[in-house]
Design a protein around this ligand. Structure first.
Ligand code: SF4
Length: 112
């Protein structure tokens, strides 16, 4: 697995962009962040890492595999924000599989 220096300017810049991206997703769909900050940070870091490695925000909670032509894909076909989360997980469970995007109701009921 390719290593990325989490303190490098490149990574920190991508983290900033990813945070803007997740802010935008929340705004667009009316979601809110999880009230567990560790989850939000871990998922943001994973998304930033995948963007640097693969030029796509593949879901950080699913494996990414190389396909025959040298390109990569998420094994569960999840590029953030994934349809699985928007259409099923968030409406039914209150949060996406990774847990960063939640309904306000889910967060209110999971006060930590
Ligand atoms: S489960 Fe879907 S919406 Fe949640 S972080 Fe992964 S790709 Fe994004």
């Amino acid at each position: 697995m390719q290593k990325i220096d989490m303190n490098s300017p490149e990574f920190l810049k991508e983290m900033e962009k990813t945070k803007k991206f997740t802010d935008k997703v929340n705004k667009q769909f009316g979601y809110v962040y999880n009230n567990n900050e560790d989850i939000n940070e871990g998922v943001t870091m994973g998304l930033a890492r995948h963007k640097i490695l693969y030029a796509k925000r593949f879901c950080p909670c699913f494996m990414v595999e190389e396909v025959e032509d040298g390109t990569f894909k998420s094994v569960d076909d999840r590029v953030c924000p994934c349809p699985q989360a928007i259409e099923k997980e968030i409406p039914e469970l209150g949060k996406c599989h990774c847990g960063i995007f939640c309904t306000p109701e889910y967060v209110a009921n999971n006060d930590q």
